[in-house]
Design a binder for this molecule. Structure first.
Ligand SMILES: Cc1cc2nc3c(=O)[nH]c(=O)nc-3n(C[C@H](O)[C@H](O)[C@H](O)COP(=O)(O)OP(=O)(O)OC[C@H]3O[C@@H](n4cnc5c(N)ncnc54)[C@H](O)[C@@H]3O)c2cc1C
Ligand code: SF4
Length: 443
C-alpha cells in the first residue's frame, strides 16, 4: 500500500496509537513531534510500504476475537480481563527491585529472572530520559542493570515497536514489554509469522488506563517554577514509596513533586486520543499482565503491590516457580477481587470506549475496529459517558490548558482529587451495574 493511505486512514484520522510498528518496519519512515504526540511521517512523496504494516497497525484496530482464539485457543470467558489462568497480588521479594518498580517491581523481577536463567538473552524495555529527560526510548536490554534501570512507568507515549528494526538481527530469545496497543501489534505480527518477531518468547505488559501527552509534565514543571524545558535534568513519574509521586529536578538541583493522585489533575487536559478509543485495559494479549493493586489494605501498607495476571500455562508455571524459589511474593486472588480493584477503569475501557467510538462515528470520524461490541449498554451508561467525554473535550482544548496555568497547583490537585472521588461515588452504581457480567458480540 502507499503510505498516503495509512496517513489518511489512521494518522490524519486521529487514531494512531504511536505504537511504532510502521516506523520499526519501514526505514523511510520516522516520528515527528506534534501536539498530538509522536506521529509517523515520510520525507518521500509516494512511498510504497509493505501491506503487513497496515495489517499490524493497532490504530485502525486489531481483531481481538481472532487474536484471542489464535493465542489462547478460545475466546475469553470474561472480556473485561481477557483470557487468564490465574491471578494474584504480589511483589518482588528483592527490596531493591520492589522499591525501584512502579508497583512492586514484578515486571522487572520477571525479566531479571528470565535473563539469569538464560531463558532469554535480551528484554525490550525503556531507557529513561532519552532523547529528553521526560521521555524514553526502547532498547534491547542484555544486562540486569539495564533492566533494573528501565523499571518504573513512563506516562507518555513511547513508540516501543520501533525496536522491530533491531529485533530481526538480534541473536537470542527476547522478552517484550509493551503497552496494550504495542502488544496487540506484536501479536498480529506473530500470527502472520513475521520474521521481526520470531525471537519473542515472552510478552509482559502493564495495565494501561490513561496515557498523557508529554506536554503534561512540562506544564506541571512550568506551573511550579521550572519554566524552561531545557533546564530539566530528570523526571521520575513514580518516585518514592508506592504509589509514589511525580518528581522533576532541574540542572540547579531544584525539585518539584506531586503525589500520584494530585498529579492526576492533568489527565483530562492531556489525555491522549488513543486512550479514549482503546478497549484494552489489562493488556489482554500479553502472557503476563501487571497493574497497581488498588485496595485500601495495600495502599495503607505502601511499599508496592501489584495485581498479576498469568494468561497461559507457561506464564503461570513461571510465576509459580518464581514464587517457590523466593523471587516473587504472590497471593492468589479470585477473578472478582481482581476486577473490583479496577472496576471504574474496566468500565472506562470495556464499555466507555465503545460509547465514545459511537459518538465519534456519528460525527463521521474514523474509529478502530476491534471485532467485538458490547451488548445492551443502557441509556444511563450513555449519559455518564456524555459527562466524562464532555469534560475531556472541554479540558483538552488550548484555552483550557492555558487557563490551567493560572490556577495554583496545590489547589487544583486537591480539587481534582476531591471531584474525582465524588464523581466516582456518584457514577459507581451506573458504571458497576452489570459490569462483571457484561456480554460482547463478535462482529
Ligand atoms: C501509561 C501507563 C498507564 C498506566 N495506567 C495504569 C492504570 O490505570 N491502572 C493500573 O493499575 N496500572 C497502570 N499502569 C501500570 C503500572 O503503572 C505499572 O507499570 C505496573 O503495575 C507494573 O508495575 P511493576 O512495578 O511490576 O513494573 P516495573 O518493574 O516498574 O516495570 C515497568 C516496565 O514497564 C515498561 N514501561 C514503563 N512505561 C512504559 C511505556 N510508557 N511504554 C512502554 N513500556 C513502558 C518499563 O520499560 C519496565 O520494563 C500504567 C502504566 C503505564 C506505562
Ligand atoms: S498506530 Fe502504530 S502502526 Fe499505526 S500508524 Fe500509528 S505508529 Fe504506525
Amino acid at each position: 500500500m502507499n503510505f498516503i493511505d495509512l496517513k489518511r486512514q489512521v494518522i490524519d484520522a486521529g487514531i494512531c496509537t504511536h505504537c511504532g510498528t510502521c516506523v520499526g518496519l519501514e526505514n523511510k519512515l520516522s516520528f515527528r513531534d506534534t501536539s498530538h504526540g509522536p506521529l509517523p511521517s515520510s520525507t518521500e512523496q509516494d512511498l510504497e510500504i509493505d501491506d503487513i504494516i497496515y495489517y499490524a497497525c493497532p490504530g485502525k484496530g486489531l481483531n481481538y476475537a481472532e487474536l484471542n482464539k489464535f493465542f489462547f485457543g478460545e475466546l475469553p470467558h470474561n472480556w473485561l480481563i481477557g483470557n487468564f489462568e490465574q491471578s494474584y497480588v504480589g511483589y518482588s521479594q528483592k527490596d531493591e527491585i520492589r522499591f525501584a518498580g512502579a508497583s512492586g517491581g514484578v515486571i522487572t523481577q520477571i525479566l531479571i529472572y528470565l535473563l539469569k536463567q538464560d531463558l532469554i538473552q535480551g528484554a525490550v524495555v525503556l531507557r529513561h530520559g532519552k532523547p529528553k529527560p521526560w521521555l524514553a526510548e526502547p532498547i534491547i536490554a542484555t544486562t540486569e542493570k539495564e533492566i533494573l534501570d528501565a523499571s518504573q512507568s513512563v506516562y507518555a507515549p513511547v513508540p516501543v515497536n520501533t525496536i522491530l528494526k533491531e529485533l530481526t538481527s538480534f541473536k537470542g530469545n527476547i522478552a517484550f514489554v509493551g503497552l496494550p496497543d504495542q502488544v496487540s501489534s506484536i501479536r498480529q505480527l506473530q500470527q502472520m509469522g513475521h520474521h521481526s518477531v520470531k525471537n519473542i518468547r515472552y510478552i509482559l505488559g502493564p495495565y494501561v488506563g490513561i496515557n498523557m501527552y508529554s506536554s503534561a509534565v512540562l506544564k506541571f514543571a512550568r506551573s511550579n517554577g521550572i519554566k524552561d524545558p531545557e533546564s530539566i535534568a530528570e523526571v521520575k513519574y513514580r518516585d518514592g514509596e508506592w504509589p509514589g509521586y511525580l518528581r522533576i529536578t532541574d540542572h540547579k538541583g531544584k525539585t518539584v513533586k506531586a503525589e500520584k493522585f494530585y498529579y492526576n489533575y492533568l489527565l483530562p487536559f492531556y489525555i491522549t486520543r488513543s486512550t479514549l478509543y482503546s478497549i484494552d485495559f489489562a493488556n489482554d494479549l500479553a502472557d503476563i499482565s501487571v497493574g497497581d493493586a488498588w485496595n485500601p489494605i495495600y495502599e495503607k501498607e505502601g511499599k508496592g503491590f501489584a495485581v498479576v495476571v498469568g494468561r497461559n500455562k507457561t506464564a503461570t508455571d513461571l510465576l509459580e516457580k518464581m514464587k517457590q524459589e523466593g523471587y516473587l511474593a504472590l497471593d492468589e486472588k479470585s477473578l472478582e477481587e481482581v476486577l473490583n480493584m479496577h472496576g471504574h477503569m474496566f468500565d472506562f475501557k470495556k464499555r466507555g470506549a465503545f460509547v465514545r467510538m459511537r459518538f465519534r462515528s456519528i460525527l463521521g470520524r474514523k474509529i478502530p475496529d476491534y471485532g467485538i461490541q458490547p451488548v445492551r449498554l443502557g441509556l444511563t451508561r450513555y449519559l455518564v459517558e456524555i459527562v466524562i467525554f464532555g469534560s475531556i473535550i472541554l479540558c483538552s482544548n488550548r484555552v483550557a490548558r492555558w487557563l490551567l496555568g493560572f490556577i495554583p497547583v496545590g489547589f487544583i490537585g486537591r480539587f481534582f482529587n476531591f471531584s474525582r472521588k465524588s464523581w466516582k461515588n456518584m457514577s459507581k452504581p451506573t458504571k458497576r451495574k452489570g459490569l462483571l457480567n457484561q456480554e460482547y458480540k463478535i462482529l
